[in-house]
Design a binder for this molecule. Structure first.
Ligand code: AOS
Ligand code: ZN
Ligand code: ZN
Length: 433
């Protein structure tokens, strides 16, 4: 865990708030510890794993999101990358689960990335995977992405998109990142619009050129997505297509599973198991959804799915010979909540699912599966899922210097109203998008 030299919130405020809650937490932790003991599980072991767990916040998720109809800014909302880092530092100081931010270019581009890295480090933050953007045209850009980017029929457009990705890698190197995430909006809106095979071939060719620019020790995460912005077909539509591409590109290329990028009811945990088994699970964009790529707060709609995903991850971790390290990132759009609060709750939902998956008695589960004892195997999962792990998360946060009750402490800190004054954005109705 990186030291926080310049804490955005006064640490003594957190300590004061914690002091009022500590005795109750200790009681709850001891009581859960006894219950887990009776089940042969060690609460301290689970807590230590949670303390070592981390998930990255997206810089684009720190500002208030919107839909294609409107965006409703909140007072003190961060706009610049510097302000976004400050808010990300608040999330991490209170929750102690999010020591890195995942930047997006050109949105977060600065002239001096080395000094941005130093600025982040002062706030106790590092940088996770950098994200390229070829799904939007940027001012002054030579060629339009209207008909695609890395898969465009015109080589000049593809070259421009490749060069942007290579630029992102260079920026990432300066920021201390070790990965690039590539998501393209490329696809077709009409049958016949695109030769599906040729488009995929162009993708492979463009990605091979970006892959060639990856430094030693870097990974390339590739997102698949069923639809949107293309509504008939997307070039990298599903995990099978993604896996074929990752296998062809090489060892550094991995599939990134964004939870919102599948058809409703798809068994995402099974996809996770398959990708992990073949060493191609790059990581996650965590969020939740009811209908499509809704980018709602993680665990808000289907917490059981999240738990089942972590069940597969813990299983894969047990199986792996020490080199299982998927990248955990959040990808959400906060349209009606304060992003700091949503990110605190989402990170806790993710770590909570991990904690529940750690509580599963894997030996018993394996025996019940092998004996085809369906009810007991399912009960092994159900018992873990129904365990209230809140005291484990709170104790982990407390021991790392975070807040026992992050939301309440955040509201007490009056961060947002103070920032509304400082950042000069006090009006709730100011400016659209
Ligand atoms: C798009 O749907 C993908 O999920 C991207 O990962 C991400 O949301 C985007 O790059 C941010 O705009
Ligand atoms: Zn995503
Ligand atoms: Zn998405």
């Amino acid at each position: 865990m990186t030291e926080i030299n310049r804490p955005p919130l006064p640490q003594d405020l957190i300590e004061r708030e914690n002091a009022a809650r500590l005795t109750a937490l200790q009681d709850e932790y001891a009581s859960l510890g006894r219950a887990l003991d009776r089940r042969g599980r060690s609460i301290d072991q689970v807590k230590d794993k949670v303390k070592a767990f981390a998930v990255a916040v997206p810089t684009w998720g720190l500002g208030v999101g919107g839909t294609r109809f409107a965006k409703f800014p909140i007072p003190g909302e961060p706009i610049t990358i510097h302000e976004k880092l400050e808010d990300a530092a608040v999330v991490n100081q209170l929750g102690r689960l999010t020591p890195t931010a995942s930047p997006h270019f050109p949105w977060d581009k600065v002239d001096d990335p080395a000094s941005l890295k130093a600025e982040a480090a002062e706030l106790g933050l590092g940088f996770d995977a950098v994200n390229s953007n070829t799904f939007q045209d940027q001012p002054g850009q030579g060629w339009s992405y209207k008909y695609g980017s890395l898969t465009h029929t015109d080589k000049a457009v593809r070259d421009q998109a490749i060069a942007h990705n290579v630029d992102c890698i260079d920026l990432g190197v300066a920021l201390g990142s070790k990965a690039i995430t590539v998501w393209i909006g490329d696809g077709a809106n009409f049958p016949g619009q695109q030769n599906q095979t040729a488009a995929f071939d162009r993708y492979l060719d463009s990605m091979a050129q970006i892959y060639a620019a990856l430094p030693e020790g870097w990974r390339m995460y590739m997102e698949h997505k069923l639809y949107e912005p293309a509504f008939y077909s997307t070039v990298i539509s599903d995990w099978g297509t993604n896996l074929l591409a990752a296998q062809q590109l090489g060892e550094k290329a991995r599939c990134l599973v964004d939870l919102g990028h599948h058809a409703p009811n798809v068994n995402i945990e099974q996809i996770v198991a398959r990708l992990a088994r073949f060493g191609k699970l790059g990581g996650f964009h965590f969020n939740d959804s009811k209908y499509g790529d809704d980018d709602l707060d993680t665990g808000s709609i289907n917490p059981h799915q999240l738990f089942l995903i972590f069940n597969e991850l813990v299983d894969a971790e047990h199986r792996a010979s020490g080199d299982f390290s998927p990248a955990y990132m959040i990808d959400q759009s906060h349209n009606v909540t304060d992003p700091i609060e949503s990110l605190l709750l989402s990170a806790a939902a993710i770590a909570g699912s991990y904690a529940r998956a750690l509580i599963i008695d894997r030996e018993a589960l394996g025996e019940h599966q092998n004996a085809n004892d369906v009810v007991l195997a399912f009960s092994d999962l159900r018992r873990a899922y129904e365990t209230d792990v809140a005291p484990i998360l709170a104790m982990a946060r407390y021991e790392l210097g975070g807040a026992i009750d992050p939301i309440d402490t955040y509201r007490t800190s009056e961060w947002r109203p103070r920032k509304a004054q400082e950042r000069g954005r006090a009006s709730t109705s100011a400016g659209i998008v």
